[in-house]
Write a protein that binds this ligand. Sequence first.
Ligand code: NDP
Ligand code: MG
Length: 384
Amino acid sequence: MKRLVLLGSTGSIGSQTLDIVREYAGEFSVTALAAASNTELMEKQVREFGPAYAVLWNEDAAAELKVRIGDLPTKVLSGMDGLLTIASLPDYDILLTAVVGMIGIRPTIAAIKARKTIALANKETLVCAGHIIMPLAKEYGSAILPVDSEHSAIFQSLNGEPKDRIEKIWLTCSGGPFRGKKREELLSVKAEDALKHPNWSMGKKITIDSASMVNKGLEVMEAKWLFGVDYDRIRVVIHPESVVHSMVEYVDGAVMAELGAPDMRLPIQYALFYPDRRPADASRPRADFCALGKLCFEEPDTETFRALPLAVRAGKTGGTMPTIFNAANEEAVAHFLAGRISFLRIVELIEEAMDAHVPVTDPDVDRILEAEKEARESVLKSIK
Ligand code: NDP
Ligand code: MG
């Protein structure tokens, strides 16, 4: 039985992780769950999965949860202390981190130091702190298993081949709801248009990031850290069907890929059971190639979707620059979702924050958090 600590349990990835726990009854026990403020769903999850700990970031929400589950032995904690406590518990095996945003950095570091296996959906953590996380994981012998579908596909396609045999990584991208559109057509798009992703059902922030291609930019940086491949060897290709989840091209020209229906339960399950591959329930979607007929691939339009070259610039600059890219985006997306700024403004604000930033090399966590603050302030100043 694998013992699981799940950060972000009430979100899209978190809920699907608990679907897997439910589907493979008896294979997992849930040691702790964490979310931000969704008391109602957290109560349901606690009643169903009986964790020893439940954390809500928000103190008032945690106080309310304590009352709601007063009849249960589950301990309720709050804030960063709560997240760090559950990440550091001695008696569990896997931390699946599916919180949204760079709030995931410190709990991930704590779990690595407690020598846990990390199943990582929270890409912002690697983008901002990959230079800390990856060496630390090596030092403590913690495996970092990707949950992001593209990275899971690359991980599966690598299958133990040595790094120097990789020629390039092909990162596939659906293109999102605005594929084929030009900048003029995106001037007045609203949050509800950007939230209509053609293939994947995800949390709001990543859905906006997919529409702006910031998500693919973050994924390029995530791939660099996970697989140790230079930016010049990571190529993004638009693939609207989202059936090829990504590919590895080897030095001899052979290309390995993982294909399947777009369903996050597959990469989640792969990380949870790794290195085993378990049969999935018959009710889950499967790729039917006869029905699909054809698969399409296109060059990304980097004139319209400037987030992609901007992310590569941030990644190549390194140090605190990826944090500026990520934090300016987190702040800008929140304002876009609140209807305060236009869609195209998101990426302009990222670029402005990057242009104003003097990068610091090899930042520690405190310096990363300072850069986060600087980026958020830069966005707030610009939109006033
Ligand atoms: P959601 O917005 O659906 O869920 C986010 C989760 O994080 C919720 O449980 C939320 O709690 C919790 N949370 C937010 N802030 C905090 C905090 N400060 N402390 C504790 N918990 C917090 O996001 P997704 O599931 O879509 O995405 C999660 C991560 O996975 C992101 O990094 C995303 O990029 C990545 N990812 C997601 C994919 C997807 O298909 N959704 C695919 C690949 C990667 P509450 O509900 O209370 O707000
Ligand atoms: Mg992805």
